[in-house]
Design a protein around this ligand. Structure first.
Ligand code: ADP
Ligand code: MG
Length: 730
């Protein structure tokens, strides 16, 4: 029987391509499956529509009577589209979205079948919370949890095959109110930011009533043939290849980036984009990425909370659509060693209801100062809370990437480009005790015109920065590709909310002392520049020098998740999140516990799959080939040939035998180390042990021997699909 590996290679040439319907205009399908305000206008009474609108725009509560009207309108809309079930769609701390479907269908007390969807079912549900991570919250509080409708995020219909489900975006909380998901804290962080940002905006424009944080994510991913995926238990179990020798050709020719998209992948892309458009995901960009078989997509930016939902939805859609095409999409941060991994850049800014992007350089002195205010506050926030940002992106998968030399390092720094560095330098030098004409001159600089040009020159350099200013937004580049953006966005928006509210106090204090408003603002900006300068870095973030330099500057460089997560539970973090109404202390402790547990489980699974694969996939072909060589040598000896005629075979045999014995020994030792780690009861200590005693000493060492065996053993005996096949055959 030929192995799955060769079957998959054979299948590739006979495979027919999944048909994708010809493209129609995107506007014709965009939002087709979304209960937009326009749809709501059609299906709801005036009263219900207004109530929904107020709830979306102003966070007003919807009462039960109106909820009944809304749910009736929703059902009417959904049924007209063939929907039979509804679900509360939520974002538990597992990382993927969760749903539990209920039908509209029910029986009346006399047994009459009817279709029904009442306001109560729209507003609140009680999923069985006990199988979702809670970090001990449920033990201490209350066993049940409930999902509550979040009207700020649009309701949509998910199509799976020919089945259609009405999905109601919800938050997930325990009965005592602790959040058990990613969404509730995010909404709280956004509310806190809105308040602080509006207050600060009022220095410049009293007409600002609302500030919305915006998010435009760029999602990187790999796509490989399903046959290869199925023949790789490591991909199936852990999302990454734990073994595999680098192919002769990797990404060194740089021929993949922005190259033409292979036809089979192109069909897949068009297909998932179509699904995305129907759900209102405003996808805009698609291209090949740097590594072979790697791609990227990005939408037009949206409000952060909607952007977060859309990213999570799309990850799910991509996975499902890929299967339809007999492909698999790999969202792991580092599916393949030796070539680039996946990132998810989070482009982020803030905009006002008066239509101003607060991180876009201004055209007038007044708007310049407003820009500088938000710009410098962001730098200060990242400086003051870099540990919290680092913690927000920590995961077992991201540990493989941060600091590998294709991704931003684990050191959080900010890139702003030459021109703004100069502007900040000028502000810092010039604003003395008395504000003078020169300072006014700074404000009159035409930032708007100068910045974009200058940034263009620098785009290459800022690729190495984890947090880069890119002309009218910051790009948080260190977010994990498989992560829910909500975690990073909660941290970022909270630290900014905090910094802006301190800024307001600092400026007000100067104004109270009789300082003119603009001068007070300039003074505080100057102070903030001085205080946060050390987080600014324009050079190559991948370089060894930067690591030394960062150390000299006292910037933290926490390379592993178990230690990075410490920042979640410091007094500083507790105060920050409590003051901004985002997390209580207990919630933070619980989350810390959950993230540590996730880490432990991921490393545990990888360690297990490594051991298993060595025994079942690496050793058998190696031993078989070892025997072949032994037979060959024996035979040559028997017929009286001299030793030099089989020296080569003997050399290979010796090498193979060495690798076999080393790898077996290492696997045994790793299993022992795992047992020791498993016996540790404290979660943090256990996570640290899993990194320091299991992963670090064994993963690379075991892999080294497995990959050597792959090179030595007869290709036709090798069981696991090789890198060259997974990456280049499609
Ligand atoms: P690049 O490819 O150079 O990083 P793009 O202009 O293509 O830059 O933008 C990348 C992402 O940034 C897109 O998703 C885009 O919508 C998003 N973006 C642009 N402006 C903003 C903004 N003001 N706030 C948040 N995201 C933004
Ligand atoms: Mg970008």
């Amino acid at each position: 029987m030929s192995s799955l590996r060769f079957k998959s290679i054979d299948n590739l040439s006979t495979q027919s391509q999944e048909k994708v319907a010809g493209s129609s205009k995107i506007t014709a399908i965009f939002n087709e499956n979304v209960f937009t305000l326009k749809t709501a206008r059609e299906f709801l009474s005036d009263e219900a529509y207004k109530s929904l609108l107020h709830s979306i725009k102003g966070g007003k509560k919807i009462d039960r009577v109106v909820a009944n009207q809304i749910s009736a309108g929703l059902r009417q809309w959904a049924e007209a589209k063939g929907v039979t079930h509804f679900t509360h769609w939520f974002q538990p701390l597992t990382g993927t979205a969760a749903e539990k479907h209920d039908s509209f269908f029910t029986l009346k007390s006399d047994g009459t079948p009817i279709e029904e969807f009442d306001g109560a079912a729209l507003i609140q549900q009680e999923p069985d919370a006990s199988s979702f991570p809670s970090g001990g919250l449920r033990a201490t509080f209350e066993a049940r949890g409930y999902t509550g409708w979040d009207p700020s995020s649009p309701i949509f219909i998910m199509e799976i095959g020919s089945g259609k489900t009405l999905c109601i975006p919800t938050i997930f909380v325990s009965y005592t109110g602790e959040s058990l998901d990613y969404k509730a804290p995010l909404l709280k962080a956004l509310a806190s930011l809105e308040k602080s940002a509006v207050d600060v905006c009022h220095y410049f424009d009293k007409n600002v009533n609302k500030v919305t944080a915006t998010l435009g994510w760029e999602q990187e991913y790999f796509v490989i043939d399903e046959g290869f995926f199925n023949a790789r238990p490591d991909l199936l179990m852990s999302g990454r290849t734990v073994f595999g020798h680098s192919p002769a050709k990797g990404q060194q020719l740089e021929d993949h980036y922005f190259g033409s998209i292979p036809e089979r992948i192109y069909a897949f892309m068009r297909d998932f984009e179509t699904e995305g458009y129907k759900l209102g995901i405003p996808l805009r960009t698609r291209h090949n990425e740097v590594a072979p078989a790697q791609f990227e997509c990005a939408p037009i930016f949206e409000e952060v909370s909607v952007g977060v939902d859309h990213n999570l939805l799309l990850m799910d859609i991509m996975d499902r659509v890929a299967r339809r095409h007999k492909l698999r999409v790999l969202l792991h941060e580092k599916p393949f060693a030796g070539i680039n991994g996946n990132g998810k850049h989070n482009n982020w800014s803030m905009s006002t209801d008066t239509g101003v992007n607060l991180l876009a350089p201004g055209k007038t002195p007044k708007t310049n100062l407003m820009f500088l205010t938000f710009f410098v506050n962001t730098i200060k926030a990242v400086h003051d809370y870099s540990d919290i940002l680092r913690a927000s992106i920590a995961s077992a998968g991201n540990d493989f990437r941060l600091g590998a030399n294709e991704a931003p390092p684990a050191i959080i720094s900010v890139f702003i480009g030459q021109y703004l560095t100069k502007v900040l330098g000028d502000v810092k030098e010039r604003v003395g005790s008395k504000f003078d004409e020169q300072d006014e001159a700074i404000l009159k600089l035409d930032l708007h015109k100068s910045i974009p040009e200058l940034l263009l020159d620098n785009t290459d350099r800022n690729r190495t920065s984890p947090f880069a200013f890119t002309g009218n937004k910051f790009e948080f580049r260190a977010v994990g590709s498989a992560a829910n953006c909500a975690n990073a966005m909660t941290a970022l928006n909270t630290i900014l909310a905090e910094t802006l509210s301190t800024f307001k106090k600092d400026v007000d204090a100067l104004i109270d002392k009789g300082e003119k408003k603009e001068i007070a603002i300039m003074h505080v900006i100057r102070e903030y520049i001085v205080a946060s300068e050390k987080v600014l870095f324009e050079g190559d973030g991948y370089s060894e020098e930067w690591h030394h330099e960062a150390e000299r500057r006292g910037l933290p460089n926490v390379r592993t998740t178990p230690l990075a997560l410490d920042a979640m539970v410091t007094d500083k973090a507790k105060k920050l999140f409590e003051d901004n109404g985002v997390y209580s202390h207990t919630e933070l402790e619980a989350r810390h516990e959950i993230e540590l547990e996730k880490y432990i489980k991921k490393v545990q699974i990888e360690a297990r799959i490594m051991g298993e694969l060595v025994t079942s996939h690496i050793l058998p072909p190696s031993i078989k080939y070892q025997n072949t060589l032994i037979q060959n040598i024996k035979g040559m000896k028997e017929i009286g040939l001299k030793e030099e005629s089989y020296a080569n075979q003997k050399q290979i045999l010796v090498k193979i035998s060495e690798h076999i014995s080393k790898i077996s020994e290492l696997v045994e030792k790793m299993i022992e180390a795992r047992k020791v780690a498993n016996a540790i009861t404290n979660t943090r200590t256990k996570a640290i042990a899993y990194n320091a005693q299991v992963k670090e000493p064994f993963f690379d060492a075991i892999r080294y021997h497995a990959d050597k065996l792959e090179l030595l053993v007869d290709d036709k005996e090798w069981v696991l699909p090789k890198y060259r096949e997974m990456l280049f055959l499609r």
